[in-house]
Design a protein around this ligand. Structure first.
Ligand SMILES: NC(=O)c1ccc[n+]([C@@H]2O[C@H](COP(=O)([O-])OP(=O)(O)OC[C@H]3O[C@@H](n4cnc5c(N)ncnc54)[C@H](OP(=O)(O)O)[C@@H]3O)[C@@H](O)[C@H]2O)c1
Length: 289
């Protein structure tokens, strides 16, 4: 099968590229905005037709959560309108779609892990535009699924893990938010899960289109930072602070732990605990330095 991966230079796209060689039966074609801008409908349609694409994995997104608050139109074009382009190309070529979305579609007022059917109320432009993208997929008749994930990090690209590692050696102490709770997700694990889903040969719309995937367990950003320092041997004091002490342009959910029962059951996936995956990522970061 020919697979088009958009946003191929991002965290998730890079992790998919890293493991694609393990699946020689899948011909993965990785593109990013320079080669294939998903906001250009004609280009997307031609690419999918010319390369006989059978599946699109959409990893492309506008992910700058705070910047999106003042760059609404650009965020909407990439996170929502462009998803319509991908769906159109899928319709014309009978291709399937795996679309990636976010825990930021939730408002954070839940108190137990969020199911796919729970009410979505985004707090900011990023979450809102990602939700609009989801809605195009849900209302299309094409075969496809949405995978919502949370707190993504990787040895590729910039993310919370790398920021903490940089600040942890520069400073003696850091204040990190303790009253936002979720689950970190190692993008390598999500990439592996996506490949398992594709290989499972299960239909991609058999039990509803939305799935949740994060690593197992629960953490605050404070717990996450402590674990990063502990596992990488960085001596930096971490002080818990409230989100209100670290104001950002975009509001973020206080609680966005995802319930992953559906994806585990439907696709027979086992998911690693977040601290174990963090250890694996730190090992990869160390290897690349
Ligand atoms: N990062 C997180 O914490 C997080 C959490 C939950 C869900 N997610 C979702 O997970 C998915 C993957 O996230 P990620 O962290 O891998 O994102 P990422 O590292 O920001 O990668 C996204 C990629 O898409 C590219 N892109 C932007 N506009 C494009 C366009 N018009 N056409 C083609 N490519 C374009 C970006 O290029 P530029 O860098 O040049 O813009 C970048 O290479 C996204 O759907 C995201 O919303 C992420």
């Amino acid at each position: 099968m020919n697979i088009l991966v958009t946003g191929g230079n991002g965290q998730l796209g890079s992790e998919l590229k890293h493991i694609a060689f393990q699946y020689p039966q899948l011909n993965c074609m990785f593109t990013d905005v320079e080669e294939l801008d998903i906001t250009n409908q004609d280009d997307i349609i031609s690419y999918v037709e010319e390369h006989n694409v059978g599946l699109i994995i959409n990893c492309a997104a506008y992910t700058a959560v705070d910047k999106a608050e003042s760059d609404i139109e650009r965020a909407r074009i990439i996170n929502a309108t462009a998803v319509k382009n991908l769906i159109k190309a899928c319709e014309l070529s009978s291709a399937k779609l795996i679309h990636i979305s976010t825990d930021y579609v939730f408002n954070g007022e839940a108190f137990c892990p969020l199911k796919e059917s729970d009410q979505v109320i985004p707090l900011g432009v990023y979450g809102l535009t990602k939700l609009e993208g989801e809605q195009y997929v849900v209302s299309s008749n094409e075969e496809g699924i949405i995978i919502r994930t949370s707190w993504l990090y990787s040895s590729f690209g910039n993310n919370f893990v790398k920021t903490m590692m940089r600040l942890g050696v520069e400073r003696e102490s850091l204040g990190v938010i303790f009253d936002q709770v979720g689950t970190p997700t190692y993008a390598a694990d999500l990439a592996g899960a996506i490949m398992s889903i594709i290989n499972s040969n299960e239909k991609l719309d058999k039990k509803g289109k939305v799935y949740h995937y994060s690593n197992e367990g629960v953490a605050s950003w404070y717990d996450f930072a402590l674990a990063i320092f502990e596992l990488s041997g960085i001596k930096c004091i971490v002080n818990p602070i409230e989100a209100s002490e670290y104001p950002t342009p975009a509001k973020r959910p206080y609680y966005s732990v995802l319930n992953k029962k559906k994806i585990k059951n439907d696709f027979n996936i086992s998911i690693p605990y977040w601290r174990d995956s963090l250890r694996s990522c730190l090992y990869e970061i160390e290897k690349s330095n």
